[in-house]
Ligand binder design. Structure first.
Ligand SMILES: Cc1cc2nc3c(=O)[nH]c(=O)nc-3n(C[C@H](O)[C@H](O)[C@H](O)COP(=O)(O)OP(=O)(O)OC[C@H]3O[C@@H](n4cnc5c(N)ncnc54)[C@H](O)[C@@H]3O)c2cc1C
Length: 467
């Protein structure tokens, strides 16, 4: 279905971006390795060539060349994805946007920032915060992911409870179609209802419709005050019921994260020391922010009272950066800790109504017991987003490879909340899938942009390997 990358195509790419920005061949094997995978454990595929673009113009020329040659192109930001989106499963070109990493403008009058896609999310946070402004979306990977990747994945983060997710902040996009045509969608308009909302269509499209080359994001004023609470509970159900009680009291925390005990124990193993309240069944991490100290204080006192009334063991309060870092340490280290505990593991991401998290966890643990494996859960209690991590531990690799699709299907049956490729059919109707296929064909008639993603079937030429 696709053609291979040949010497002529490589020469064409070198002409566009310069030979230094084209990586191919065995002599570049070391540099190419990092482009074979993202953060999905066990999924890798070799690109035939990696191209590092530095402008929209270059991206347009690369796409024109690739479409004419019928060679697949996989856009890549920082490679921190957890869905395999940046893995070139059909080979071809990996188009890296990492060098397009400039913050172009911070516009105080319109409260907007214009950036290139390769800007690291944490760098954007620091740049706008230095000017008293705030970009709230905060994927836990913010120091290692790019804004372009956040848009393509529709990234969320702990602060979604109060502030929403990436899609709520994108006002305008410049993007390159597979044909090489450059389109400008939206802009610095708060209300824009001209035609269909193509800006939102590109968000979460996993780089399958167009390559994003410039982004205009909405900002808000930086909240001046912040308090963080770590609250241990003896019982998981009580912890989740407490979250509902806090929200019912008309208090909207910035974040409400949960960690079950197994995740705390995994962090202990990584750090080689004991964590606070290590024997608690669940920890909640609650953050409150606002522009007035008295209002934030009143809220955190009410939240603390609700937690203690409901049976929390204690409420630890952080009002300064050092204490805050200590309270958040376990939450920030979980993914690293799980990799340390079992270098091969499998993560699924599901969303359920908040009140159903305990039910979901009970089901997940039953599935784990049935298969004799360890499963560790943590996530965003505020919006019901649960990360389910199955650990391979000492299971033989063949058994593990056979088991993971079974586990995924079982987890998704428990919570049809997210739309991962092979489970798309469980979450969407045939009519919806047909519409999506039609959209893909309109944007990308030759199917060259990030093939093998979003839709269940994978085109021929599958070069993915399990590692
Ligand atoms: C420790 C850890 C914690 C995480 N926490 C969160 C979290 O809290 N919330 C969350 O949502 N995710 C989280 N993630 C997942 C991941 O960080 C996000 O999905 C992030 O948005 C990916 O950004 P990236 O730049 O690394 O993208 P990549 O992995 O490089 O690419 C992701 C997808 O975006 C596409 N893409 C990248 N750039 C462009 C572009 N310019 N134009 C078109 N398509 C493009 C790629 O083709 C691919 O499909 C976490 C990951 C890790 C490892």
């Amino acid at each position: 279905m696709y053609n291979r990358v040949d010497a002529r195509l490589i020469a064409g790419l070198e002409q566009i971006v310069g030979a230094d920005n084209v990586l191919a061949g065995p002599q570049q094997a070391e540099k190419l390795e990092r482009y074979t995978h993202d953060e999905v454990v066990g999924l890798a595929a070799e690109p035939e060539v990696v191209v590092l673009a530095t402008s929209a113009q270059q991206v347009a020329e690369i796409m024109r060349l690739a479409q004419a040659a019928r060679v697949p192109v996989t856009p890549r930001g920082a490679g921190s994805g957890l869905s395999g989106g940046a893995v070139p499963v059909c080979g071809g070109i990996v188009l890296s946007l990492e060098r397009m990493n400039r913050i172009l403008e911070i516009d105080h009058g319109n409260l907007m920032v214009t950036v290139e896609p390769g800007v690291i999310t944490g760098d954007l946070h620091r740049a706008v915060e230095a000017e008293g402004l705030f970009y709230p979306p905060d994927p836990a990977s913010l120091e290692s992911c790019s804004i372009g990747g956040n848009i393509a994945e529709g990234a969320g983060g702990p602060r979604a409870v109060k502030y929403g997710v990436t899609k709520d902040y994108v006002c305008g996009l410049e993007a390159v179609l597979p044909s090489g045509e450059v389109i400008n969608l939206g802009g610095k308009l708060v209300k824009d209802v001209t035609g269909y909302d193509l800006t939102q269509l590109l968000i979460g499209s996993e780089g399958t419709l167009a390559v994003v080359t410039k982004i205009i994001l909405r900002l808000v004023p930086l909240p001046k005050f912040r308090v963080d609470l770590l609250v241990p509970f003896d019982d998981f159900q009580t912890a989740i019921n407490t979250v509902s009680a806090i929200i019912a009291a008309r208090i909207l925390p910035t974040t409400i994260e949960f960690m079950e005990q197994d995740s705390i124990l995994a962090v202990e193993q990584l750090l080689g020391r004991q964590m606070q309240f290590r024997d608690a069944a669940a920890h909640l991490l609650i953050q409150l922010d606002g522009s007035h100290q008295e209002a934030v204080d009143a809220d955190y006192e009410t939240v603390g009272e609700i937690c203690l009334e409901r049976g929390a063991r204690d409420v630890l309060v952080a009002r300064d950066a050092r204490t805050r870092d200590r309270l958040w340490e376990a939450r920030r280290k979980i993914i690293e800790a799980l990799k340390f505990a079992s270098p091969i593991n499998h993560m699924e991401d599901v969303v359920v109504p908040r009140s159903r998290i305990p039910e979901l966890l009970a089901g997940v643990k039953a599935i784990a017991a049935e298969h004799g494996i360890r499963v560790v859960c943590f996530g965003h209690a505020g919006d019901g987003n649960v990360h389910i991590n199955a650990l391979k531990d000492a299971l033989p690799i063949e058994r593990w490879h056979a088991l993971t699709p079974e586990l995924s299907a079982a987890f998704y049956r428990l919570a049809i909340g997210v739309t991962r490729r092979n489970y798309l059919g469980m979450a969407l109707s045939p009519a919806e899938i047909a519409l999506m296929r039609g959209i893909k064909a309109t944007f990308d008639p030759h199917g060259i942009l990030n093939p093998g993603k979003v839709f269940p079937d994978r085109p021929a030429g599958d070069g993915a390997r399990a590692s």
